[in-house]
Design a binder for this molecule. Structure first.
Ligand code: DHB
Ligand code: FE
Length: 252
């Protein structure tokens, strides 16, 4: 038996028991909760529920005081082994991909500003309708997922489209609980990244689009002010938006 398991489960159970006592939870409510647990499992929504309602506290505890750029939650829609892209570093997309074409670029450095050549940026995002490829049938396999590397000066660039806001599935048990509690089911529009390099802590983060709704009401509580980006019309390419973001990595 592990002391850690004993400590954690005892503390969690004590807090659940306190909530039951303080709120006079009835037998009907207990049976409804059990049925809801079953439905979350049957719908395969435990990862989604965890990443929406729990992960942000774990992330802040683990990395809140780390040097370098801010991180935030990984979420349930990361897939490893996205293709490594060559110039012009455009995320794979449909021929008629909806959404505003956008380029973003910047530098990856250490926490003192020294550039890191050959750093990897693993990028994934929802499409303009809020669909993630590999998880939602309306987005083709591999859509809007790719990896790019920094050049000799630590520069990177990514060409993509602005994602749409995302709602957790409304007809599943997590969405039903969210609605029953009168909470918003939305996440603001965001682009996920894992930025990594040899000798540095991987940075799991998201960039939030400044014009998106729900920035101040993210169901997953994952927005941090440092992670909001400001796409503006490109000065060199008509019809394309552009923004800059630099990433600073903490040493291992
Ligand atoms: C969830 C969805 C996301 O796109 C995300 O970044 C985090 C969590 C979710 O539905 O759990
Ligand atoms: Fe997401």
């Amino acid at each position: 038996m592990s002391d850690r398991v004993d400590q954690l489960i005892s503390d969690i159970l004590r807090r659940i028991h306190e909530a039951i006592v303080e709120n006079d939870v009835t037998y009907e409510e207990y049976q409804a909760a059990k049925q809801w647990f079953i439905e979350v499992g049957e719908a395969g929504e435990w990862p989604l529920f965890g990443d929406v309602y729990i992960e942000h506290v774990v992330e802040e505890g683990a990395f809140g005081n780390r040097s370098g750029s801010k991180g935030t939650i990984l979420g349930p829609f990361y897939l490893p082994d996205a293709p490594v892209l060559d110039a012009p570093f455009e995320l794979p997309h449909r021929p008629d991909e909806p959404g505003d074409p956008t380029v973003f670029h910047g530098r990856v450095t250490d926490d003192e500003g020294t550039p890191i050549p050959g750093a990897n940026l693993d990028v994934w995002q929802a499409d303009a309708q809020g669909s993630y490829s590999g998880f939602m049938v309306d987005s083709p396999e591999g859509n809007l997922r790719g990896q790019v590397r920094t050049d000799a000066d630590g520069h990177y660039g990514v060409r993509t489209v602005i994602p749409g806001p995302y709602t957790i599935p409304l007809d599943g048990p997590t969405g039903k609980l969210t609605a029953a509690a009168g909470r918003s089911p939305w996440r603001p529009a965001h682009i996920h990244l894992i930025v990594s390099a040899d000798g540095f802590e991987p940075l799991v983060t998201q960039l939030f689009i400044d014009s998106s709704d729900y920035l101040d009401n993210d169901v997953a509580s994952a927005v941090k002010p440092e992670l909001i980006v400001h796409p503006r019309p490109s000065t060199s390419e008509p019809g394309v938006l552009e923004f800059e973001y630099d990433f600073a990595l903490a040493r291992e």
